[in-house]
Every structure is written in structure tokens, then in C-alpha cells.
Design a protein around this ligand. Structure first.
Ligand SMILES: N[C@@H](CCC(=O)N[C@@H](CS)C(=O)NCC(=O)O)C(=O)O
Length: 241
């Protein structure tokens, strides 16, 4: 196999790169990583450089000699192939459900990802979730709870899979905003397990050291409950979520 170069994105901004990176790491796919700073304003010049070899001009992009794999899902599937298929369930029906979850995320995953930026997961101040966002959390959890009941966990399909990696950034966004998960104990346990897992924890450890990328529209209306302060670098064992 040719030398592989993964053009990845800023750790506290690039949820798509995170998904691909997690799958490649789990698959023990050898690659050199080149970090692309996707913070504004340098984002535009940096992505223009990616456009010289990648039609989508986005990260992640995996370059394998003459071949450019320019979408996170394609990179995840390549990682699964490299791992002999073990990153998807062996059973065809379960595999189809896993791929549905991956596709759901790839198509936007409800309104969660639009409303709660990945960047905000790393803010030292957190706003409470709105009722609408909490409703979206319930919709996601209602879908995942039976999947976990069927597999028995700890991951969605027992062993870790592309479905877990696809949802990892959403789990980070949500858990760090303290959603009410009382009605969804299996999903709550899965989120915690996933976030503590080796590669996710490694990504987050790096993301938590970076300067925050603030968005002006993050904080709530004046009438809403106030944001709370989070220790951005909690001591080991005293993790926020
Ligand atoms: N469908 C693409 C989406 C990738 C994507 O949007 N990446 C962001 C960074 S996380 C990006 O590079 N955006 C560039 C832009 O929107 O111009 C994938 O899954 O790889």
C-alpha cells in the first residue's frame, strides 16, 4: 500500500475528521497525519490548498499515492476493509442497521449537529440545552436504546463499530451539555463508555488543550437559565461528562 497521508482538521472543530481518524486508528491503518487549521480566517486559504488535490476541498482527505479519498465515510469504510470488516457487525441485518446509523449521521443527524456546534463542546462555559434540543436528544436516544438492548453493549453493536465512531462527535457535544438522559440508561452508559474509549479520549485530550473557537450566537437569550462554568482541563478521574 502507498504511504498514506491523512489531511485532518483542528481537533476542536473538525468532527468529520474525527470520525475518519477514529476508524483509521481503530483499524491500525498506518498513516501520516497533516493537520489543517480550519479556524477562520486561515481556513479559506488552507482549504484552497486542499482543493488542489481534492474535489470536495474539505477535511478529512486521505491521500494514497495517486488516489484521494475525500469523504469521511469513504475513509471509514476503507478502515473497515483494512480491519477485515470487524468495524461493522458480521450479521447482515445488524450491519444494515449500523450502516443506517452511519448514514443518518452523514445526512445531518436530526437538528442536534446544527444547533450544538462541535466547537461548543470545548467551551469553558456551557449553556443549557433548549427544550427543542432536549427533544432531539430524546429522539436519538429512543433510536439507540433498543439497539443497545439487542447487543447488550458496551458499544452499539457489542464490539466497537463505525456506527459508534460516526456518532462519537454527537456524544461529545451532548454529554458535555449535560442532557437529561434519565430515561435512557443504556444510551447514557454507551456515551460515557465511548467517550472514555482509547481513541476518542486521545482526540479529546488534544482538543481540550486548544484555544476556544467562539461563535457569537452560542450563549442563550437573556431570559434563559445562565450558562455554567466547566473546568476545561479536569483532573483525571474527576471528568465533567
Ligand atoms: N461530507 C464530508 C464533509 C467534510 C466537511 O464538511 N469537513 C469540514 C471540516 S470538519 C470542512 O472541511 N469544511 C470546509 C468547508 O465547508 O468549506 C465528509 O464527510 O468528509
Amino acid at each position: 500500500m502507498p504511504h498514506a497521508i491523512l489531511y485532518s482538521g483542528t481537533r476542536n472543530a473538525s468532527s468529520w475528521a474525527m470520525r475518519a481518524w477514529l476508524a483509521l486508528r481503530e483499524a491500525e491503518f498506518p498513516f501520516e497525519e497533516r493537520m489543517v487549521d480550519i479556524r477562520r480566517p486561515q481556513r479559506f486559504a488552507n482549504l484552497a490548498r486542499i482543493a488542489r488535490f481534492s474535489p470536495s476541498a474539505t477535511v478529512p482527505a486521505l491521500v494514497l499515492g495517486e488516489t484521494v479519498v475525500f469523504d469521511s465515510l469513504a475513509i471509514m469504510e476503507l478502515a473497515n476493509d483494512h480491519a477485515g470488516g470487524r468495524l461493522l457487525p458480521a450479521d447482515p441485518e445488524r450491519r444494515a442497521v449500523a450502516r443506517s446509523i452511519v448514514a443518518w449521521q452523514h445526512a445531518g443527524l436530526s437538528r442536534i449537529c446544527w444547533r450544538i456546534s462541535f466547537e461548543s463542546a470545548f467551551y469553558p462555559w456551557k449553556r443549557p440545552l433548549t427544550p427543542d434540543e432536549q427533544g432531539e436528544v430524546a429522539r436519538l436516544c429512543a433510536a439507540l436504546e433498543p439497539v443497545l438492548a439487542a447487543s447488550g453493549g458496551p458499544y452499539l453493536f457489542g464490539a466497537v463499530s463505525l456506527a459508534d465512531f460516526a456518532l462519537a462527535p454527537a456524544a461529545v457535544r451532548l454529554l458535555r451539555h449535560r442532557p437529561d438522559l434519565a430515561a435512557w440508561p443504556a444510551t447514557a452508559a454507551w456515551m460515557r463508555e465511548l467517550i472514555a474509549s482509547r481513541w476518542v479520549a486521545e482526540w479529546l485530550r488534544q482538543a481540550d488543550t486548544l484555544p476556544h473557537i467562539w461563535f457569537d450566537d452560542y450563549l442563550p437569550e437573556a431570559a434563559a437559565p445562565p450558562p455554567w462554568r466547566v473546568d476545561p482541563h479536569p483532573a483525571q478521574g474527576s471528568q465533567s461528562p
